[in-house]
Design a protein around this ligand. Sequence first.
Ligand code: IMP
Length: 419
Amino acid sequence: MGGTQAVIGAQWGDEGKGKIVDILSENVDMVVRFNGGANAGHTIVVDGKKRVLHLLPVGIVRPVPWCAVGPYVACDLDVIADELNIANNCFSKVLLDEGAPVVLPHHKTIDALREKASGASAIGTTGRGIGPCYEDWVARRGIVLGDLRSPERLRKALEARGYYAEREAVVRHYGGEMFSLEETITWARSPYILPHLGDTRSLIADQLRLKKRVLFEGAQGVMLDIVHGGRPYCTSSFCGSGAIQASLGVHKLDRVTGVSKAYTTRVGSGPFPTECHGETGDLLRERGSEFGATTGRPRRCGWLDLPALKYACRVGGITELIITKLDVLTGLPRIDVATDYPYSPSAGSMSLTNEVLSETVALCETLPGWTEDIRACRTFDQLPPTARGYITFIQDHVGVPIVGVSVGPDRNDMIWMEK
Ligand code: IMP
């Protein structure tokens, strides 16, 4: 039977969505990336071999008939070239939406120059030009993938309404340099992309009419969402399920699966109420290999933040949860978990803005840990009682069913509650 399912990050990104999408891809006809760009790094581990994808859906390494990149994805042409090479050696047909914005070299330049000029108040972006690309796209300027069809069309788009000259002025303002218009036109010629261009929205609609199964792969997480995340310490796209509805015209989602780690991580600047400095933070980072898949930066680590998770489920439209990296907590004598923000007994219903998150001190409860190796567990009952207690505690607090628990990096290291 056909159907739609979305996989959404329920924290500040890096929740392990790559692994979940990889597993779910086994049983679908199409996987669609719908937001963000090469700021994402979706890691999958197959037979102990690690692979990181940034832009094309992770479904390209499975025999999924179609993999698509929607019109709301900021497309980095160099990354697409690399990942099309992987896709060509695999199984899927890849379709890239003609309307998707292209990250131009000066977007990365502006991203880097602005961050440098911001000093201590820098956002800590991934440097992939995401903010400047989306800002042009929203202002209806810059280029989209369809403009790559001919040099004339490309030139027209770059010159329209003084676009290129204005970007040059911005770069000059920061004392930087950028490609000339001619150099950008030469740079943007990407013949390998042309056979993959098309209308992803219509393909998805056709697939759904044919009762095919379509999986939507989210990037980043709801706590980094442009509206619901803590601005300005967030990314520049919508990260919840609404992004699918708005950008792809798919309004009925059968399942919206949020992914959360059993603890919390964050890369870049911004408030982090449950952050652990010192020994515990270092331990989580080491044991969880918490280093950015895109930038290699060490991730900030801390305890699970249930008010934030509850909020992410509400505003992101999440109807079920998968908890990842439970195995990383093995051996900890006690596990703290934030259950409330003290000045707000109803944290579940307030908007977690930058101001709210900066001022809050998370109230934590302490639960007992476990010492048994849980990586071989395949059913909930096989988990030690304290690990089961931890998962049940999360579910009861958030009020959203937990349908899966990941107990190791490999595809098979999973416990599915439904089975
Ligand atoms: P940008 O998306 O590169 O502009 O970065 C804005 C903020 O979002 C920074 O704090 C980044 O570290 C964070 N961010 C962007 N993409 C990801 C991701 O895939 N995982 C985790 N953090 C991310």
